[in-house]
Design a protein around this ligand. Structure first.
Ligand SMILES: Cc1cc2nc3c(=O)[nH]c(=O)nc-3n(C[C@H](O)[C@H](O)[C@H](O)COP(=O)(O)OP(=O)(O)OC[C@H]3O[C@@H](n4cnc5c(N)ncnc54)[C@H](O)[C@@H]3O)c2cc1C
Length: 411
């Protein structure tokens, strides 16, 4: 891959940089907290919903076609190639602006553009792009996470549509969602099992849907158990054809792994910057004369940070390689699993090092006596544990790498 911009990309980069400088109020720039505190799309949606000052900016961005830059122009996007989108993301995050792509922009939209009917596109794309629809993903079930093809939520044909019965687990954001995209079993006898699965769009307010909260280890309520009892879904809300849900599910998952915060080195850069900033601000161990400098003077800590920085560079280059494949193929491939696995483990190591540095200050669960920043550190330490699981567990990523990249025999 050529790491230098082509003249066209350089022009686009300048255009985006100039637009950000002109259109973004200065007080919103350089908010590195967004990046030092990597968020899942669901926690991000919560954070952004609580910050109305970003709304006009996101509307202005939409006016440029940059809210969903990879979408075709007829659907309000900018028809960016994958390379152009990377340029956009780099400039946006470099300015310290919040990563704003929700499930709708990042996953549901591209899926409907690729597989939806013209009616579904006309009905859902515009409000999804304008962030008027909050989407939640109903894939996992109590007995079907890694082995998603064993899902049991049943969709039975009825006049005009389907009736859904069963339950979904770990549904991020279902309590805030307007719509759910749900994988359901439409042919229990089909072999292989994934040939009997379909993808539906279900109105979250349909009669028969019950959402029960699950408070995660980080103290936030972003996960839910979602129950379906005789929920009617019209035929027009079946996506990609009957028993074709597996293709749609994999299409979506490729994007999820590619854009997972653990896979993007910019988050690691900022988490490392926050670690170093805190180390410099903390008094050192103290010499005999009481002038101990700062904790950053500790050569052991500096060695650990140097190692983490080198590993972040490795992640950056692994990502460039995957981007090249993405650009050639037009969609993310199994390489997404490499940096989802490596990036997640690396972020956990950075956060653990930060946690060791801050000691009790990084365990202040209720912000007392150290203040809200410490509370954020404690919650972040808990949150990054989920990076080993969400978007496919680390073991599953290893299986994908072994079988689909290294060509090793399957189980
Ligand atoms: C923060 C968070 C948000 C989530 N959001 C959503 C969401 O919005 N929508 C949704 O549908 N799901 C969501 N999930 C669920 C997530 O996709 C599943 O938790 C994940 O796929 C693992 O499934 P499981 O929890 O059932 O674990 P299991 O599949 O039961 O796995 C248990 C353990 O066995 C290991 N294992 C299983 N199979 C194999 C194998 N073949 N080889 C080696 N090891 C194996 C796993 O790696 C794991 O360690 C979320 C999860 C988290 C943590």
């Amino acid at each position: 891959m050529n790491l230098k911009d082509t003249p066209q990309q350089a022009r686009l980069r300048q255009e985006i940089r100039a637009w950000i400088a002109a259109a973004v109020p200065t007080e919103l720039l350089g908010q590195q907290e967004w990046l030092a505190m990597p968020l899942t799309t669901s926690t991000l949606a919560d954070e952004l919903a609580g910050r109305p000052e970003y709304e006009p900016l996101l509307d202005a961005l939409d006016g440029q076609g940059w809210l969903a830059p990879a979408w075709p122009r007829e659907h309000g996007g900018a028809a960016f190639s994958a390379e152009e989108q990377f340029v956009f993301d780099e400039e946006w995050l470099r300015a310290g602006l919040p990563p704003f792509r929700t499930d709708g922009l990042e996953k549901v939209g591209p899926t409907l553009i690729a597989l939806g009917t013209p009616e579904q596109q006309a009905r859902f794309l515009e409000p999804t792009r304008r962030r008027r629809i909050v989407w939640a993903q109903g894939y996992s079930e109590p007995g079907a996470g890694s082995d998603l093809a064993s899902l049991a939520l049943r969709a039975e044909p009825k006049p005009g549509g389907y009736r859904l019965n069963g339950q979904k687990a770990w549904t991020s954001n279902a309590h805030r969602a307007d719509w759910l995209y749900v994988l359901a079993r439409t042919d229990p006898a089909a072999r292989p099992r994934h040939a009997g699965i379909s993808l539906f769009l279900a109105d979250a307010r349909s009669a028969g849907i019950t959402v029960r909260p699950i408070v995660a280890i980080d103290g936030y309520h972003h996960l839910n158990q979602t129950l379906f009892e005789n929920v009617f879904v019209p035929e027009a809300q079946l996506v990609g054809g009957l028993n074709q849900g597996w293709k749609a599910a994999n299409f979506l998952l490729g994007y999820e792994r590619f854009s997972h915060p653990s896979a993007m080195p910019v988050y690691h850069d900022h988490a490392l910057a926050a670690l170093k900033r805190d180390a410099r601000a903390m008094p050192g161990e103290g010499g005999p004369d009481g002038t101990g400098g700062s904790r950053w003077d500790d050569p052991g800590l500096q060695r650990s940070v140097a190692r983490l920085e080198m590993d972040t560079d490795c992640l950056r280059y692994a990502r460039y390689r995957a981007q090249t494949r993405f650009v050639r193929r037009g969609e993310p491939g199994p390489e997404s699993s490499i940096f989802k696995l490596y990036g997640g483990a690396l972020m956990q190591r950075i956060v653990e090092t930060h946690h060791e540095l801050t000691g009790p200050r990084g365990m202040a669960w209720d912000a007392q006596p150290f203040g809200p920043e410490s509370q954020q550190l404690a919650r972040r330490s808990a949150r990054v544990r989920a990076y080993s699981i969400s978007g496919g567990t680390q073991q599953i990523q290893r299986n994908v790498i072994a079988q689909r990249i290294l060509g090793l025999p399957g189980q």
